[in-house]
Design a protein around this ligand. Structure first.
Ligand code: NAP
Length: 221
């Protein structure tokens, strides 16, 4: 396939890039800096905080799918997931590209957003400790980041593109195992971790799973 990988220098992005190249896909990487790019592929430099429309259109044009590991790395990146994803969707619409798979986070199903002002109080997949301890704590600590991811999900839901949102819990740099659980529309009971390598593997797998289109999918160990 021809794939455009956004944020190919990030933890998940690097895994996406390496696994996609190893699988024989033709990759265009969208990055803000080429310094830490791990593979020699076609590269388009775009700062997604102030996205250049023409550059993004040339990055996605002709792609079978877009995969994004975009998210705030620094406090100055605040809002980048929603701003960048809005620009990517516009570029996809302008060039007729339909399929996008993005990374969000496990608690987002219960985070209010302009498009979902009254989400369920608890994710149906979360157990007692996740509902009453871990989830409230992480939501308080990562309030702005989660608001950004919730808005990103709104943008995709309101769009005409074929989107899939992957919602992992805590990410690790562990190896690719291929043994993880997934659930459509909810988190996984006692699913506290997942490696970036496994998230990337699952995102690539989703490109052939049409039933995942317009779905938010929980993934965990
Ligand atoms: N950490 C966790 O445990 C956890 C858990 C659940 C969900 N998540 C979500 O998963 C996402 C991906 O995780 P990760 O570990 O792969 O994150 P990461 O290593 O921080 O990667 C974030 C990527 O976004 C890029 N980026 C940020 N601002 C940008 C901008 N203005 N223009 C272009 N690119 C920009 C970064 O580029 P640079 O390489 O140039 O910085 C980097 O490639 C996180 O951002 C978060 O939203 C994280």
């Amino acid at each position: 396939m021809k794939l455009t990988i956004v944020a190919a220098t990030g933890g998940i992005g690097r895994q996406l890039l390496e696994q996609a190249v190893a699988a024989g896909h033709t990759v265009t990487a969208v990055v803000r800096s080429t310094k830490t790019l791990s593979k020699q592929v076609r590269v388009i430099r775009v700062d997604l905080a102030t996205p250049d429309r023409g550059a993004l259109e040339s990055a996605v044009e002709g792609a079978d799918a877009v995969l994004s590991g975009l998210g705030a790395r620094l406090s100055s990146d605040e809002g980048v997931a929603s701003r960048g994803t809005r620009a990517i969707v516009q570029a996809m619409n302008a060039t007729g590209v339909r399929h996008i798979v993005v990374v969000s986070a496990a608690p987002i199903g219960t985070v209010p957003s302009p498009g979902r002002p009254n989400p369920p109080r608890h994710d149906p997949g979360d157990g007692f400790f996740m509902r009453h301890l871990f989830s409230p704590l992480t939501k308080a600590a990562l309030r702005q980041q989660y608001a950004d991811l919730a808005l990103m999900e709104d943008i995709l839901r309101d769009s005409d593109v074929d989107w899939t949102v992957v919602r992992p819990p805590r990410l690790t740099d562990g190896p690719m195992t291929g043994t993880y659980r997934v659930a459509h529309g909810q988190n996984l009971r006692r699913g506290l971790f997942i490696s970036r390598a496994d998230v990337a593997q699952f995102m690539l797998r989703l490109l052939n799973e049409l039933e995942s289109i317009k779905q938010s999918i929980g993934i965990a160990n």
